[in-house]
Design a binder for this molecule. Structure first.
Ligand SMILES: Nc1ccnc(=O)[nH]1
Length: 421
């Protein structure tokens, strides 16, 4: 198997393995040949290439990112690695530096990384405390257009619940989001009038026909139970668009009965869950010079058995909320598998990086059927053991039937924006 170059015309990938769960098959992998022709998966063979049993995955969906914050680290490092350190550092940097040009160049950098690693669709949160919404949303719209056909982009506004005034300036932000075809997003903390705020927020979404996406309980304080308020309010309002809830770290610190009761409610209301294990591992349970004891990942196994649509995503990249990351969903798979013990628990977790996030966000479902767009990631691994043992840096990414150039952008491109390390 030549892992450098596929032929440029119609091709048959001979002897590849597709995860069975992506084909509705119970087997861990299904061995088959895949024909690519005219940009699509085809029934008609092309030039045969022996792939030696390589795993083929559909391109990834990264449903929770922050492209507007990406790569500010060199000029805005988190001083102590904590959540508060992240919040205050980002606030200062955004008010000082987030011009349209600054946001555009950093977003484009992240999109090029994501594309090179094999991601085809991304939802990004966009910090939208006025007046930043006026700067970042037009940039997002430009980028979405520029990247159409390579990466499908969705935007969700991001604002803390105590800054979100449903009768005030936030109405304008909601209009801007609606006008851009975006998703209404908010961070929930345990504030005294949270229920009224969530209700006001969801009513704004309903009036505009918008989906909702919440950052919820990103803390290990077991008393932070805003997930219940989001679920109950959505149920009481009969909110009928998809809702995504992200983080949910505090569930992992709560007494089991309390947490399970809340998860049952999440299943009943049909919320989509996205876990961000890399960012959680970085920020949660951090006290300098003390070894962390907790991982912060939400209760993904308990959710999965209850039929909740569970996904994983990148979250932040090289910013104060997460110092590392490269928009690489195979890194997310590797880390999530280690952090959350996704191994030894069945063979269908790959859905949580492909089909589940597509469903949560309404992106096209991955498909290996003839006629589907040929958007594939091919790895030099014949089992999950081989797959997870290496970073798959030599993967092939095929988009629209063609192998893409996977060269990553150089960090030095951003030196004039963010400083030289
Ligand atoms: N984990 C995060 C919470 C809030 N904002 C972010 O950018 N990231």
């Amino acid at each position: 198997m030549d892992f450098r170059k596929l032929p440029s015309g119609a091709v048959t990938l001979r002897d590849v393995r597709v995860p069975g769960c992506l084909l509705g098959d119970k087997a861990a992998f299904v061995k088959r040949d895949i024909h690519l022709r005219d940009g699509q998966i085809s029934d008609t063979p092309g030039e045969a290439v022996d792939m030696g049993g390589a795993i083929v995955l559909p391109c990834f969906v990264d449903m929770h990112t922050h492209l507007d914050k990406g790569h500010i680290w060199p000029r805005a490092a988190n001083p102590d690695g904590t959540f508060m350190g992240a919040l205050t550092t980002v606030r200062a940097d955004s008010s000082a530096n987030w011009s349209a040009e600054d946001v555009r160049r950093r977003m484009d950098f992240s999109l090029r990384c994501a594309f090179a690693h094999g991601t085809r669709a991304i939802r990004t949160h966009i910090d939208s405390i006025a007046p930043q919404d006026e700067i970042s949303w037009p940039v997002f719209r430009e980028m979405r257009e520029e990247w159409a056909g390579r990466i499908d982009l969705q935007g969700a506004c991001l604002i803390a619940c105590d800054r979100m005034e449903p009768e005030g300036r936030f109405r304008e932000t909601a209009d801007r989001v609606a006008d851009a075809g975006g998703v209404l997003g908010m961070v929930t903390y345990p504030v005294p009038d949270l229920r009224a705020r969530v209700e006001g927020f969801l009513r704004l979404a309903m009036e505009r026909g918008l989906e909702a996406d919440f950052h919820v309980d990103e803390t290990l304080d077991p008393e932070s139970q805003t997930l219940r308020v989001v679920a109950e309010t959505a149920r009481d309002l009969s909110f009928d668009k998809p809702i995504t809830v992200g983080h949910l770290c505090s569930l992992s610190a709560q007494e089991t009965g309390v947490a399970m009761d809340t998860i049952d409610l999440v299943a009943e209301v049909g919320l989509n869950v996205v876990s961000l294990p890399m960012c959680n591992l970085y920020l949660q349970n951090r006290h300098n010079h003390r070894t962390p004891r907790k991982r912060g990942i939400t209760l993904v196994h308990e959710m999965k058995v209850r039929g909740i649509n569970v996904s994983f995503a990148s979250d932040n990249t090289r910013d104060p909320f997460y110092a590392y990351g490269d928009m690489d969903m195979i890194e997310v798979m590797r880390e999530a598998t280690r952090i959350g013990h996704l191994d030894h628990t069945g063979d269908d977790w790959v859905n949580a990086f492909t089909a589940n996030p597509a469903k949560a966000c309404g992106f096209a479902a991955p498909s290996f059927a003839a006629g589907a767009s040929a958007d594939l990631v091919i790895c030099k691994a014949r089992s999950w053991g081989e797959f997870f043992a290496r970073p798959q840096a030599d993967r092939i990414v095929v988009r629209g039937g063609k192998q893409i150039d996977r060269t990553l952008p150089e960090y030095s491109e951003l030196d004039d924006l963010v400083g030289v390390p």
